[in-house]
Design a binder for this molecule. Structure first.
Ligand code: UDX
Length: 432
């Protein structure tokens, strides 16, 4: 099928590449000409395992094209996917201006029937607004249908998530659009859930909020474990082996971050308030998340007493492993706080250091080229992101290079007995 994706960011680019991989003819549109030039030259603006090979292969076979012309995109695809950013505003509600601009631009060049699909995470009822906008700005009264098709991919395994999705949600009120959408997804052989447009939109916010709730739940349980001498990992295994609960997303630690969870939970709270049914449970989820970092910082303060002039090493800057994304990363917040309190911080991250340098919010920090170099002469080491490289570290070499063998594991990556056996003082989350 001929498909167009408007917005070649994280979701748009990975979706476009995966659609091309299963045989569709895809054109990815972006209004940033520099990004399009980069993509045309074979450079991928983000790090995502498997993406580069996928893009290179499909560009070579001419199934994946790039353009900065929205008109070309609207002309090319029988289905047009909108995958532009929906950033948060100061009050937590969603800034829909990028979606609105794209809707207007589509309207001005729409000449034949098209299915216009919202892939970005948007508040419930956005589909209705997009339809109204296109109707208002399209002078030719062209027939079109609106579909909501939220994306559930996780960074770090986005290609795998897209190629083998748990489910595909299609929100539509048109049989014609639904038939075309089913054809798009046929090669993926995944269960398809058909709903109305509003339900599909709501599913995305409700799913991410539920996952965040699970994380805050286990972090609250971790505090109780610390107060009572229990072990949160064992508790998580015990409750997670109940199939109704499941072990995933029950890893206690510094809390959730990233470009989706903080924004989506804030948005769902704002949406619920606007609808007159405040979802106050989610406010508690946010509060527990913020306090997870603060509680961990208190353990560091308690052990080191004064942080000023202390040499502290931090492993991990990205919001989770296998990505170079540092947006809303708890690790970055932790480093910023240590710097604020006067510590001398040296960091190492396998993929996130370039973006951290560019961002500049932790400008007082020193960047090391390996985990051991970061730990050299450190009075304490903090694991802030659970990269597998850190799990396999040579503990004896680490102890030798540090000034004091004091290890704070913010992601419960290491085994307490092993680390203590190697001569470290070891502090983690929800475990004594
Ligand atoms: C998330 C959703 O999982 C995905 O479906 C949606 O499309 C986008 O948002 P992503 O932001 O890539 O994906 O990250 P995810 O793997 O869900 O992790 C989010 C955060 O939660 C990370 O900071 C991670 O460290 C944290 N987390 C996750 C925990 O603290 N504990 C856990 O048990 C799981």
């Amino acid at each position: 099928m001929k498909l167009s994706i408007i917005g070649s960011g994280y979701v748009g680019l990975v979706t476009g590449a995966c659609f091309a991989e299963v045989g569709h003819q895809v054109i990815c549109v972006d209004n940033d000409p520099k990004k399009i030039q980069m993509l045309l030259a074979g450079d991928i603006p983000i790090y995502e395992p498997g993406l580069e090979e996928l893009v290179t292969r499909n560009v070579a076979s001419k199934r994946l094209l790039f353009t900065s012309s929205i008109e070309e995109g609207v002309h090319h695809g029988e289905i047009i996917f909108i995958a532009v950013p929906t950033p948060p505003q100061l009050d937590g509600s969603v800034d829909l201006s990028y979606i609105e601009v794209v809707a207007r631009e589509i309207a001005t060049v729409l000449k034949e029937y098209r299915v216009i699909v919202d892939k970005s995470t948007v508040p419930v009822k956005t589909g209705e607004k997009v339809a109204e906008t296109i109707r208002r700005y399209n002078k030719m009264n062209t027939h079109f249908d609106i579909v909501s098709n939220p994306e559930f991919l996780r960074e770090g395994c986005a290609v795998a998530d897209l190629m083998k999705p748990d489910r595909i949600v299609i929100g539509s009120n048109s049989d014609r659009a639904l038939a075309l959408m089913k054809k798009v997804y046929e090669p993926f052989m995944a269960p398809i859930l058909v709903t109305d447009i509003n339900s599909a939109e709501l599913i995305k916010h409700a799913a991410n909020s539920f996952l965040a709730l699970k994380i805050s739940y286990i972090n609250a349980v971790a505090s109780i474990c610390e107060a009572s001498g229990a072990d949160v990992e064992k508790v998580a295994d015990g409750i997670g082996s109940d199939k109704r609960i499941g072990r995933n997303f029950l890893n206690a630690g510094l809390g959730y971050g990233g470009s989706c969870f903080p924004k989506d939970i804030a948005a769902f709270i704002a949406i619920s308030r606007q609808l007159g049914v405040p979802f106050t449970l989610l406010e508690e989820v946010q509060r527990i998340n913020a306090s997870s970092l603060e509680r961990f910082l208190n353990k560091i303060r308690e052990a080191l007493w004064v942080l000023r002039e202390k040499k502290i090493a931090v492993w991990g800057l990205t919001f989770k492993p296998d990505t170079d994304d540092i947006r809303c990363s708890v690790a970055m917040q932790l480093v910023a706080q240590l710097l604020k309190e006067g510590a001398q911080v040296t960091v190492y991250d396998p993929k996130g250091m370039d973006k951290a340098r560019e961002l500049g919010t932790i400008s007082g920090v020193s960047f090391a080229s390996s985990p051991l170099e970061a730990a050299c002469q450190a009075e304490a080491l903090i694991i802030a992101t659970e990269w597998s490289e850190f799990a396999n570290i040579d503990l004896l070499a680490l102890k030798k290079t540090m000034h004091t063998p004091l290890l704070f594991d913010g992601r419960n990556l290491l085994h307490p007995d092993v680390v203590r056996g190697a001569g470290f003082v070891y502090v983690s989350v929800g475990r004594s």
